[in-house]
Design a protein around this ligand. Structure first.
Ligand code: CTP
Length: 409
């Protein structure tokens, strides 16, 4: 929360049904601590009244370059100079065309043109019918505005207001907020390819039963999100959890420890950072039954035999790729007591440069946690905070420990 404290956003609305999502986006930006100045085109006012946006933003909306409230009669200069970013959502096909041409005959396009390019970024959230989206003119204009320095966000796929189905829906307000937060995050992991395991594993006993644990996957998902925001390409290998995939993260769902190992090994060679947050089951039934095991009337539970699962982290940390220093490995330790002693021993046993300890029962399923970081230099605590904040802090800590590329003179 409050991740946008101190930031001032000009939220521009051009014409489109998606204006209703911008009302929610305005609320979300303000909840994160930003101040928001709404600017609407005349077309946008056919879809949403300025009064609604005024009520949500707490500021009167601007719609005309002739607005007499500005003593110097230059709202395009005043509004664009104050902004930390201009976000146009929805950005209609017509508005993209105006930007591509550098038009300046109404306030929103005028202030986009008049913004200082180096200090005031422009983010565009396109919204239009699928045929308009696919039209070469639109794609040409989008490529042009991107080349001119705008950040063109993606579009969603699905049912459209016109009754058709396809690409061109504006992203949801929560997705746009994630994009804005990502935009403001320093790119400490630019160029890195991060592989993360998260959640529990599920070890089948028979087709309807299995063994699993209380890991929610929240810490691993928070790290995946923070790593992507910091500029990394992120692949998340997730055990069975019901969490939404962070934006821009490639997710691969797996069930058992063996599935997880296979998915990890396949991708570890291409990665530069491996973070093992998954609570992998240590044991699996030796011979899962292909049919449901039925009660036999004896009152006795059938005897199950177990075999040890592969240690995914140790396997990756001992691979040639990691041993030559091309893959930075981070392990987690979920302990119930004596965290420092157990985590110190675990770091040595797993052979990883950084191990992150936490008290498992205190954090499983919760939104907050506290972490103990252990590396060759010693240990330090990351005090209790939300998993979101801890994920961001951990990404910073990892970035600071990465081998520095050799600089050529
Ligand atoms: N881990 C793994 N594969 C396993 C077991 C653990 O990749 N089969 C990883 C976890 O993702 C975590 C770290 O190893 O990063 C430590 O996991 P933990 O279960 O705490 O440790 P164990 O090795 O199982 O040790 P112990 O059971 O003695 O606590």
């Amino acid at each position: 929360m409050n991740e946008l404290a101190g930031k001032h956003i000009v939220l521009g609305l051009s014409g489109g049904v998606a204006c209703y999502k911008s009302a929610e986006l305005c609320r979300l930006l303000i909840k994160e601590g930003a101040t928001v100045q709404v600017v609407m085109t005349e077309a946008a006012e056919h879809f949403m009244t300025p009064i609604t946006m005024q009520a949500l933003s707490g500021r009167t909306v601007y719609g005309s370059q002739w607005d007499a409230r500005e003593p110097n009669h230059m709202p395009h200069i005043n509004l664009s100079r104050e902004a930390d970013a201009i976000v146009v959502a929805p950005c209609s096909a017509d508005f993209v065309a105006r930007l591509a041409q550098g038009r300046a005959d109404e306030l929103l396009s005028l202030l986009c043109l008049a913004r200082p390019q180096n200090s005031v970024p422009l983010l565009l959230a396109p919204a239009m019918n699928r045929e308009m989206w696919a039209h070469p003119a639109t794609q040409r204009n989008l490529a042009q505005v991107a080349q001119d320095g705008a950040l063109v966000l993606g579009v969603g796929h699905g049912d459209q207001a016109c009754g058709e189905t396809g690409d061109g829906r504006m992203l949801e307000a929560t997705e746009l907020l994630e994009e804005v937060l990502a935009f403001f995050t320093p790119k400490r992991l630019a160029g890195q390819r991060v592989l993360i395991t998260a959640g529990p594993t599920f070890e089948a006993i028979d087709p309807v039963r299995g063994i699993t644990n209380h890991s929610s996957g929240k810490m691993g998902f928070a790290i995946a999100r923070a790593a992507r925001e910091a500029g990394a390409e992120v692949t998340l290998i997730a055990g069975p959890v019901h969490l939404p995939t962070p934006r821009g993260v490639q997710r691969i769902n797996v069930q058992s420890a063996q599935n997880m190992l296979a998915a990890v090994v396949e991708r570890a060679q291409a990665a530069t950072i491996f973070i093992a947050t998954a609570a992998v089951a240590d044991w699996r039934p030796a011979a899962p039954s292909e049919q449901k095991i039925k009660k036999d009337g004896s009152g006795q539970m059938p005897v199950l035999h177990f075999v040890e699962n592969p240690d995914i982290l140790a396997t990756v940390a001992q691979s040639p790729h990691a041993l030559v220093g091309d893959l930075f490995c981070v392990g987690f330790a979920a302990e119930s007591h004596d965290l420092l002693a157990h985590a110190t021993a675990k770091r040595a046993r797993k052979g990883v440069p950084l191990l992150v300890g936490n008290i498992g029962p205190a954090t499983f399923g919760r939104d907050d946690n506290a972490l103990l970081l252990l590396d060759a230099q010693g240990h330090r605590e990351l005090p209790p905070a939300s998993k979101r904040v801890l994920g961001q802090q951990l990404v910073e800590e990892i970035a600071a420990r990465l081998p520095q590329p050799l600089t050529s003179h």
